[in-house]
Design a protein around this ligand. Structure first.
Ligand SMILES: [Zn+2]
Length: 354
């Protein structure tokens, strides 16, 4: 069923997945004329990342590069010797600084001798990730986790996790070309508008082609999972959830309902506005759980993790993301005046519903 028109309320638009089957490791799928979809494996629970190739005259523009490990290099080699034999990458666009997207940027740009395009903030954030792990930074992270009620043992585990995960990038190209919100990028016969948004990353790049109704949503709007929206020690009071919800609200008012969404994970889909509403509702539900839990007795972030993430226990990788997400909800609720924070003599923050 897909008979809605523009005049119907967009929230009624059903989600539809034209390709339930994703491409195998040695395949690419053409999702629109001159738009190829490849999928690379990832070595953690989020087990894959999508890469798109856009026809660009005598070559191709690649969107995202994959995780920086030997397996991804092997996967690319299989593709470039197989279904992508004809592909010459002229330009690499990386949507954001997370290692599953920027990881192989250096490897791709070197292999094809092509330029890298990113938003300024995401490029600088990638440089920051590459140079992190100093003792000063680790003590700031220790303090941050302690304030949120994590014990020493868990804190050390979380610090170990971050080091391992974020360093999975090849050496970044030493220079880049800047993409800014509102820019227009011509790729082959198509014009794409650059849209950036915060929340999942600081200034994630999305691409929208109005003529063909294609929306490369990066990780801002995913088909089946909710993108991680976290707060980290580097900016302890960041309102990343507020930024994320503002970005979703802006996408839902500026884009038409019937775009084909090409996300960074999962499968392409129709029903953007429905999906955006689901994502916003999901965060509101988490806020409601937090508000309920903090009504009688003030709670620490550590205590709130199992309230919101019920598939407990979590492994260290999941616990790292869960803590960051939990703190994002708490910070958002503080800004919105739904919680107040108290710091007792033990130096731990406790939150109370207003
Ligand atoms: Zn991602």
């Amino acid at each position: 069923m897909h008979t809605k028109t523009d005049s119907l309320p967009s929230s009624a638009e059903a989600l539809r997945y034209p390709w339930e089957n994703h491409p195998g490791h040695d395949q690419v799928v053409e999702v629109a004329p001159g738009v190829l979809w490849a999928r690379l494996k990832l070595p953690f629970r989020l087990n894959h990342v999508n890469i798109y190739l856009l026809a660009d005259g005598d070559g191709w523009t690649m969107v995202d590069a994959g995780f920086g490990n030997e397996e991804s290099i092997a996967a690319w080699t299989t593709l470039f010797e197989g279904p992508l034999k004809h592909v010459k990458v002229k330009r690499l666009i990386v949507t954001h600084s997370h290692p599953d997207h920027v990881g192989l940027a250096g490897w791709i740009t070197e292999r094809f001798d092509c330029p890298l395009f990113m938003s300024q903030v995401e490029y600088l954030q990638s440089v920051y990730h590459q140079n992190r792990g100093t003792e000063e930074r680790r003590s700031a992270q220790r303090l941050f986790f302690r304030r949120h009620g994590m014990d020493e043992d868990l804190t050390e585990k979380l610090l170990g996790r971050g080091q391992d995960y974020l360093k999975r990038v090849s050496v970044l190209p030493p220079s880049y070309h800047r993409l800014t919100h509102g820019d227009e990028v011509v790729i082959g016969t198509r014009r794409f508008k650059v849209i950036t948004g915060g929340g999942h990353a600081l200034d994630q790049v999305m691409l929208y082609c109005a003529a063909d109704k294609l929306f490369l949503s990066a990780d801002q709007v995913l088909s089946k999972i909710s993108p991680n929206v976290s707060v980290w020690a580097v900016e302890p009071e960041q309102n990343s959830l507020g930024e994320y919800l503002a970005s979703l609200a802006s996408l839902t008012t500026t884009l038409p309902y019937d775009v084909m969404v090409l996300p960074g994970h999962g499968v392409p889909f129709y029903g953007l506005k429905t999906r955006i509403k689901q994502l916003a509702d999901h965060h509101e539900e988490r806020c409601r759980l937090i508000a309920d839990a903090c009504r009688q007795v003030p709670q620490t972030s550590r205590q709130l993790v199992p309230v919101v993430f019920n598939k407990y226990p979590l492994d260290v990788h999941q616990m790292g993301f869960a803590s960051g997400e939990l703190i994002a909800h708490v910070n958002y609720m503080l800004v919105e005046g739904r919680l107040t924070a108290e710091m007792a003599d033990d130096g731990v923050l406790r939150f109370r519903t207003t």
